[in-house]
Design a protein around this ligand. Structure first.
Ligand SMILES: *C/C=C(C)/C=C/C=C(C)/C=C/C1=C(C)CCCC1(C)C
Length: 257
């Protein structure tokens, strides 16, 4: 299929999805900053998705899976953000279920990016893949069970934290972290440390939100919580992918010189 046809098909798909998700769009008030933040992240995700797919062929072949996955993550988030935006504008309530559905798909994919960037420059045992996948699922299923009331909020929090701490251990000093630091590849090491900072600092926003929402008395202000989550998603999904893209480009040009 020619590139032009592919781009045309993608444009039609995006217009179709957008117009069906917008079928009953309520009016966005000029002072609804939460609604505006949902809208900004939707558009950021759309732009990032187009960017990653168009840039895919600019990087060396072994980096392409990582760039594809970055585009899939922002593409999935784009569609969820359209729905979340509508729910917020229409009802003024937090779209928690949609957030978790989005996390359930995008978070394991983001974790697997650590595997894919390693695999771009080294042979990596498949145990790394499974450890990252299972750690992220434990974190999310624990958190959801707690939020939805299948287990107490505290038990859900502890299980979720255990999954996150396990992931952090794995990428800092576990198998994945060791392979990266011993690789001797500058682009990989740069990508890996920036990605680690995001998973440590950027991801900390979510358990903090959970803590203030469920474990402290008085609860949390839904407006600030949603703005915070939206800003965190922007960093954790879009900036995360851009870091991988930048390192892939650097690695590609240092090879061709
Ligand atoms: C794009 C969306 C991202 C990167 C979402 C990440 C979500 C988390 C890191 C959630 C973590 C949680 C804990 C560590 C414990 C309590 C429950 C969660 C699920 C909020």
């Amino acid at each position: 299929m020619s590139k032009l046809i592919k781009i045309a098909l993608a444009a039609v798909a995006i217009i179709g999805i957008t117009s069906s998700a917008n079928a009953e769009t309520a009016i966005l008030a000029t002072n609804d900053f939460v609604g505006i933040s949902f809208w900004l992240v939707s558009m950021g995700c759309l732009a990032a998705t187009a960017f990653f797919f168009l840039e895919r062929s600019s990087v060396a072949p072994q980096w392409r899976v990582s760039i594809t996955v970055a585009g899939i993550v922002t593409g999935i988030a784009f569609i969820h953000y359209l729905y979340m935006r509508d729910i917020w504008i229409g009802t003024g309530e937090s779209p928690t279920v949609y957030r978790y559905i989005d996390w359930l798909i995008t978070v394991p994919l983001l974790m697997l990016e650590f595997y894919f960037v390693l695999a771009a420059v080294k042979k990596v045992p498949s145990t790394v893949f499974w450890k990252l996948l299972i750690g992220s699922l434990v974190m999310l299923i624990g958190g959801y069970a707690g939020e939805a009331g299948y287990v107490s909020a505290m038990v859900g929090f502890i299980v979720g934290m255990a999954g996150w701490i396990y992931i952090l251990f794995e990428i800092f000093s576990g198998e994945a972290g060791t392979i990266a630091s011993k690789s001797g590849n500058k682009s990989l090491i740069t990508a890996f440390s920036a990605m680690r900072i995001i998973v440590t600092v950027g991801w900390a926003v979510y358990p903090l939100g959970y803590m203030f929402g469920y474990l402290t008395s008085g609860g949390v202000n839904v407006d600030s919580l949603n703005i915070l989550y939206n800003a965190a998603d922007f960093l954790n999904k879009i900036a995360f992918g851009l870091i991988i893209w930048a390192c892939a480009m650097q690695n590609t040009s240092s090879r061709s010189k």
